[in-house]
Ligand binder design. Structure first.
Ligand code: NAD
Length: 474
């Protein structure tokens, strides 16, 4: 018997008559059931969040910090159970699941310290003008299946820190660990401040269009992000959208081949490539292309693809069947077009589990589907370039603008290249590093607004300017 999980509404654990199965992508077995919430549960959650907002918005930053630190501590104390559960529903190897759980606890603890200070705009004999930040109200949070816990925390925590309350919807593919955390924090957070409800994709538009919700914070695909923006436009809800990416890495001629090969590999294959900020296009200078592509392919041979719960697995399965079929289709297209493979390419669709072998392509053309589209799987196209200008032009020729990286022995030159990239984040000689205190957000169709840091926190607030006319009755 698998466990049936509950939703968290108004401080109570709630079930529904109908449930949804959650599948382990490594075994295709059901690992749990979750409530299938609809309009009724959503209405109750929103009403609870509205009630709780009346008192939560009046709490001090220190009181909020204490509650958020309670969430962080609870996650940390239960990390062992949580990371195993996360692997069973998401597929990622245990060590990567552990990083996500501890990373989420660390993010919560760090962001609990953020403060939105008042700004004095004018202070003279004529006038005192001050900008303060006031919470927007009830937030609707919608998250994807690739980093369910990190994404849930990066919605819940800034909402609470800003003085908002939240109704959060996990992805139907990966709701278990979030609901287990809901059980654990039930008495850590005041009733109604954090509500977590699970349902099919159809629950998403209900949240977006709910008149009792003031702001939507969403992470997911660009296609869904556009629908959210449309839904939110009816009553001009505030929105933060963290969407898809097709991140480019540029490896300059002076990069140390042996040292960068392994890092480049993981920049693409962490979480089986299902990372919005994974390197999805790697441009390598022609002088080192042959050596570096060989070194990456050699390293790939040392990495085991398998069940994330088994020791030694480096790359787990694709999280769900639909995504598995999409990645298989892109690989098949590359084969049909006659592109060359340095590794992988042969998927066994009849086996159990959504496994795709580590797949590396050798210099496919720029307009190949596997290059131009966000693969979101364990696929890495390596491409050759001759000049830095050409590499930057090719990297920027994308509707996306999430992140990118430059690899070089000369950090100054790396920064010069980074500044020409049209993305929200650019790393020089590292990958995927996000600071709790620096804004993370996409340019172009990779999103609107930012999360993390003061910029992210501000998105849960309105500015309110209060002025006093000092010489009014002088
Ligand atoms: P998705 O857009 O299919 O789903 C995300 C969430 O939206 C799920 O909870 C889903 O149930 C819900 N949803 C679906 N249709 C909806 C609708 N019409 N209205 C409201 N909600 C709806 O995305 P996914 O497949 O779960 O995640 C993969 C995508 O997420 C990739 O494109 C990836 O790049 C992106 N992503 C972006 C970031 C980032 O920070 N920029 C981080 C992680 C993932």
């Amino acid at each position: 018997m698998t466990k049936t999980y509950s939703n968290l509404i108004d401080g109570e654990l709630v079930t529904t008559a109908g449930t949804m199965d959650v599948i382990n992508p490594a075994t295709e077995e059901v690992v749990g059931q979750v409530p299938s919430a609809g309009q009724d549960e959503l209405d109750r959650a929103v009403a609870a969040a509205r009630r709780a907002f009346q008192s939560w918005k009046k709490t001090t930053p220190e009181e909020r910090q204490k509650v958020v630190q309670g969430i962080a501590a609870t996650i940390k104390e239960n990390a062992d159970e949580l990371f195993r559960l996360l692997t069973s529903e998401q597929g990622k190897p245990h060590n990567q699941a552990q990083q996500e759980i501890y990373g989420a606890a660390g993010l919560a603890a760090a962001q609990s310290t953020l403060r939105l200070e008042d700004v004095i705009n004018q202070d003279d004999d004529t006038r005192l003008s001050r900008t303060r930040r006031v919470p927007v109200g009830v937030v609707g949070g919608i998250v994807p299946w690739n980093f369910p816990i990190m994404m849930a925390i990066q919605k819940i925590v800034p909402a609470l820190v800003a003085g908002c309350t939240i109704v959060l919807k996990p992805s139907p593919f990966t709701p278990l660990t979030t609901l287990r955390i809901a059980e654990l924090i039930k008495d850590v957070v005041p009733a109604g401040t954090v509500n977590i409800i699970t349902g099919p994709d159809e629950l998403g538009p209900m949240i977006t269009s709910h008149p009792g919700i003031d702001k939507i914070t969403f992470t997911g695909s660009t296609a869904t992000g556009k629908k959210i923006m449309e839904g939110a436009s009816k009553d001009l809800k505030r929105i933060t959208l963290e969407l898809g990416g097709n991140d480019a890495s540029i490896v300059l001629a002076d990069a140390d081949v042996e040292k960068v090969a392994e890092q480049l590999f993981w920049s693409s294959f962490s979480n089986a490539g299902q990372v919005c900020i994974a390197a999805k296009r790697i441009y390598i200078h022609e002088d080192i292309y042959d050596d570096l592509s060989k070194a990456i392919a050699a390293y790939a041979k040392t990495v085991k693809v398998g069940d994330g719960a088994q020791q030694g697995t480096g790359v787990g399965p694709i999280q769900n069947k639909k995504q598995f079929e999409r990645v298989c289709e892109l690989i098949q297209d590359a084969k049909d077009q006659g592109y060359q493979f340095l590794a992988g390419g042969d998927v066994d669709p009849s086996g159990t589990g959504y496994y795709v072998p580590i797949t590396i392509l050798d210099n496919p053309p720029e307009d190949a589907r596997i290059v131009a589209e966000e693969q979101f799987g364990p696929v890495m196209p390596l491409m050759k370039f001759a000049t830095v200008d050409e590499a930057i032009e090719r990297a920027n020729a994308s509707e996306y603008g999430l992140a990118g990286a430059v690899w070089t022995a000369d950090a100054e030159q790396g920064v010069a290249v980074a500044e020409r990239m049209e993305t929200g984040t650019v790393w020089v000689n590292e990958f995927m590093h996000l600071s709790p205190f620096a804004p993370f957000g996409g340019h172009k169709q990779s999103g609107i607004g930012a999360e993390y840091g003061i910029d992210g926190l501000k998105e849960f607030t309105y500015p309110q300017v209060i002025t006093i006319k000092r010489d009014a009755f002088a």
